[in-house]
Design a protein around this ligand. Structure first.
Ligand code: SAH
Ligand code: SF4
Length: 348
């Protein structure tokens, strides 16, 4: 009989597993604590269990770990982690320090099907969906490596925020992403307020996400304020045009005081005119929103360009004058291809 990977088990399945081993139910909680908080890499490390219990568990199960292949540091402090998965696929995560925050940007898929014109991940094409444990393992591994460097206790958490903004479209892997969110919040104790999921706009799945994981922060990669322009840069817009996307946003039960973040990658001569900013103001009316303007992070082989700072500031001013919170996002980690849309995990 093949062994069970304990990281592949949900809370209920963990209980079933423990029961099948003829052990009391509290053992499930203990295993979860050791795997997700104390970050035990193998059953052998669970020293709270007797040697016999560890041996008995090891006959039936094991703990998998994604393999950290390499780590690169940018001159601005951003770090990129390249991981190999069990079947040889690879993914990247990015750790971004900023004032009192340490944000980990994680991947939900190897590659991406969406083919957005400005994104290098989109150029790889789709490899596969990640399992919930592969999503969570990015956090566990980086916490462990970084925690050791910062000399915090093995159970302490140096990471303050998690963003699903790495490789892949999280809402096309919603079941595994929702299970990962459960583990991140329930098993690892990270507050939903500190988690943001970014989507290119799979409208019906946005509602489903809120049913499965209420109260997490949502970011929408809008990137254009009219369908003609959005069709040009984001193929998904043909299926779920701006109206459908924003209608889904209007249906989300936001908690008081919270808002939806709209990301707007700025592309020279494509979506950066003052009239685009005015359109953006118009279409966001009635939605509690915040806009993040991200001047394009260029990569080799792309014909797209980032607009001048002057154009970016002028665009921002239109939004601010209309009462919208609009920020220009500094792109970190560009020198190591770790900024938004630059992740390719070694794929050609
Ligand atoms: N697939 C999801 C999450 C990952 S992309 C999504 O599209 O939302 C994370 C963010 O990076 C998105 O807002 C996307 O619009 C932005 N992005 C992609 N390529 C970029 C690039 N070359 N320069 C700047 N931002 C980019
Ligand atoms: Fe995929 Fe997001 Fe890149 Fe589009 S921007 S190709 S959805 S990762």
């Amino acid at each position: 009989m093949s062994k069970i990977n304990l990281k592949s088990l949900s809370k209920d399945k963990m209980k079933e597993f423990v029961k099948a081993q003829g052990l009391p139910a509290y053992r499930a909680k203990q295993l979860i604590h050791w795997i997700y908080e104390k970050k035990a890499e193998s059953i052998d490390r669970i020293t709270e269990l007797s040697k016999e219990a560890r041996e008995k568990f090891s006959d039936a199960a094991y703990i998998s770990n994604i393999n950290l292949l390499s780590r690169q540091a940018s001159k601005d402090g951003t770090e990129k982690f390249l991981f190999a998965l069990e079947d040889g696929e690879s993914i990247e995560s990015v750790l971004i320090p900023d004032k009192d925050r340490l944000t980990l940007c994680i991947s939900s898929q190897a590659g991406c099907t969406m083919g957005c014109g400005f994104c290098l991940t989109g150029k790889i094409g789709f490899r596969r969906n990640l399992k919930a444990y592969e999503i969570v393992d990015q956090i566990i591994t980086v916490m462990k490596v970084k925690g050791a460097e910062l000399k915090v206790k093995s159970s302490a958490n140096p990471i303050t925020n998690i963003v699903f903004m790495g490789m892949g479209e999280p809402l096309l892997n919603l079941d595994e992403v929702a299970e990962a969110l459960k583990r991140i919040t329930e098993f690892m104790g990270i507050s939903k307020r500190r988690i943001t999921l970014s989507t290119s706009g799979i409208a019906p799945k946005i509602i489903e996400l809120y049913k499965k994981a209420p109260h997490i922060n949502l970011a929408i990669s809008l990137n254009a304020a009219d369908n003609k322009t959005r069709d040009l840069i984001m193929p998904i817009n043909k299926k779920y045009p701006i109206e459908a996307l924003l209608n889904a946003c209007r249906k989300i039960p936001l908690s008081p005081g919270s808002s939806i973040t709209f990301e707007y990658v700025m592309l020279d001569g494509i979506n950066d005119r003052p009239s685009d900013a005015q359109n953006l103001v118009r279409i966001l009316r009635g939605i509690p929103s915040k806009v993040n303007l991200i001047p394009l992070n260029p990569y080799e082989g792309s014909k797209l360009k980032r607009p001048s700072d002057k154009k970016v500031f002028a665009f921002q001013k239109v939004l601010i004058n209309a009462g919208i919170n609009a920020f220009i996002r500094k792109s970190k980690g560009q020198d190591i291809l770790a900024a938004c849309g630059q992740l390719k995990a070694g794929y050609k």
